[in-house]
Design a protein around this ligand. Structure first.
Ligand SMILES: [Zn+2]
Length: 477
């Protein structure tokens, strides 16, 4: 471990850091105020483009020459490049998305698009998913551009003093709906915006205090998604004469079969996560977690005793393929037996499972008695992805967290959901969920994703910016 005085961030003055923290807060608030909602709000259909253009303005004010693309009207993504001297290998990618999910304001205590600052927090949709990291990444880019200008150089053309690799900034539209108008389009049409030796992206690097120890799960893998639509064919008839092949009844049986949790299957990442967790937990909790790591269903049943329901749900979702039947339609009138029913099921699969494998498991669960009555259609497919929890970039992420928080315990984790990393990891770009935030013990975080009163603390942002700066300087230095 390096000492604090050797950190790249410590070479910048306190005044520079104070200004960078102020700028970060202002950038985050400006971005929250832009309603870059996905799916686009008909009242403001150009929100994503507006966010991309605002970010481009900011990059231009730092002397860079950003590019904005708009593959679908109103859906903008933005990119900029800082240059290294080219001796350090392929670039480093600061990756992010600028869209947010809708935020019906009824239960919020602050307007979700006002970016109010209250009680030490910035409130608003996108505060944690993920305009906070967008603002942090922009903060690092601006610091590096300022250093270049201070040396009498042009950040759009000359290399940043001390940088041996290029730094790419790519911020996409449409992550919240799968990325067809964002990351997936960019991977095909602007691959140079992504091609890098490594990348940081959302959802990871945020502290969780467990038994008084500060754990920082860094996302190295994410599950795949395979939603299916099942059309169930029964027979139409008169409600006064019930039939066994009432499509609503058949659908109910199918839903019950799908909703039963499948067997535990541990991937190497989750086994390593659980064993690392067991190291920091008190004895009883540690033995439960070790039991789960050994695949013991009884240990899993004891999970509710040792942690909050939210965390228990996450762990359960990460140790198996899951199926959640989320849409059911049947029937037209109370006295008409429905001959058709539609079920949509959200299947999430662990690394190693293919679309064909997911479909085969769905058919097995439906069962041979009901399968002939079903037509199954795949609605989408997002491959499960995994980056190595080792190597130079991983080591730098771990070291930078520890340097800024000597009590940090960084460990690799998988996300139960998908991100734009599905577009980078298959290109051979190790991509890590790393938006460094140090939270207070007991502070809820996962609940704020897509939730009511989404917010991030000013202290957490102050922690994150220099961590990210050091990651970039070290990986590119
Ligand atoms: Zn996100």
């Amino acid at each position: 471990m390096t000492t604090a005085t050797e950190l790249p961030s410590s070479r910048l003055s306190t005044a520079v850091w104070e200004r960078a923290h102020d700028d970060l807060l202002e950038t985050l608030r400006d971005l929250i105020r832009i309603r870059s909602v996905n799916p686009p709000d008909p009242a403001e259909p150009d929100g994503e483009l507006a966010a991309a253009l605002a970010i481009a303005d900011l990059l231009r004010s730092s002397g860079l020459e950003p590019e904005v693309v708009e593959p679908v009207p109103g859906r903008g993504s933005v990119h900029a490049r800082l240059r290294g001297d080219g001796t350090g290998g392929d670039p480093f990618l600061l990756f992010s998305h600028l869209d947010v999910v809708p935020a019906p304001p009824e239960r919020w205590s602050h307007d979700p698009f006002a970016a109010d600052v209250a009680d030490g927090y910035v409130y608003g949709r996108g505060a944690v998913d993920m305009k906070d990291l967008v603002a942090m990444e922009l903060g690092v880019i601006r610091l590096l551009a300022d250093e270049t200008r201070a040396a009498g150089l042009d950040p759009a053309r000359d290399s940043v003093p001390g940088l041996r690799r290029d730094v790419l900034f790519t911020c996409t539209a449409d992550e919240e709906a799968g990325g067809d108008a964002g990351a997936k389009w960019i991977a095909l049409e602007r691959p140079g915006w992504l091609q890098a030796a490594g990348a940081v992206n959302e959802s990871g690097g945020v502290s969780v205090t467990l038994a008084g120890r500060r754990v920082y799960p860094i996302q190295v893998a994410e599950k795949g998604f395979a939603p299916f639509q099942i059309r169930v064919r029964g027979t139409w008839g008169h409600g006064s004469m019930p039939r066994e092949d009432n499509a609503a009844v058949m659908a109910a049986t199918i839903i019950e079969r799908l909703a039963v949790p499948g067997p535990i299957r541990l991937t190497p990442v989750m086994e390593r996560f659980l064993l690392a967790l067991a190291e920091v937990l008190p004895r009883e909790a540690a033995s439960v977690v070790r039991g789960i790591a050994a695949g013991d269903p009884q240990a899993e049943a004891a999970l509710d005793r040792i942690c909050e329901p939210m965390y228990a749900r996450v762990v359960r979702a990460l140790i198996r393929d899951t199926m959640s039947p989320d849409v059911v339609h049947a029937g037209v009138k109370y006295n008409v037996i429905p001959g058709d029913a539609v079920i949509e099921v959200d299947c999430r699969v662990l690394p190693g499972v293919t679309l064909a494998g997911a479909l085969a498991e769905l058919e097995r669960r439906i069962g041979p008695d009901l399968l002939p009555a079903c037509e199954i259609e795949s609605l989408a497919w997002g491959e499960p992805v995994e980056s190595p929890a080792e190597g130079p970039l991983w080591d730098i992420l771990v070291a930078s967290l520890r340097d800024h928080d000597p009590e940090a315990i960084p460990i690799p984790i998988m996300a139960p959901f998908g991100t734009d990393a599905k577009s980078t990891i298959p290109l051979g770009i190790p991509t890590y969920g790393f938006s460094p935030l140090r939270l207070e013990p007991g502070e809820p975080y996962l609940e704020r994703y897509h939730g009511v009163d989404e917010r991030v603390s000013l202290e957490a942002l102050r922690f994150g910016l220099p961590v990210l700066y050091d990651v970039v300087r070290r990986f590119c230095g």
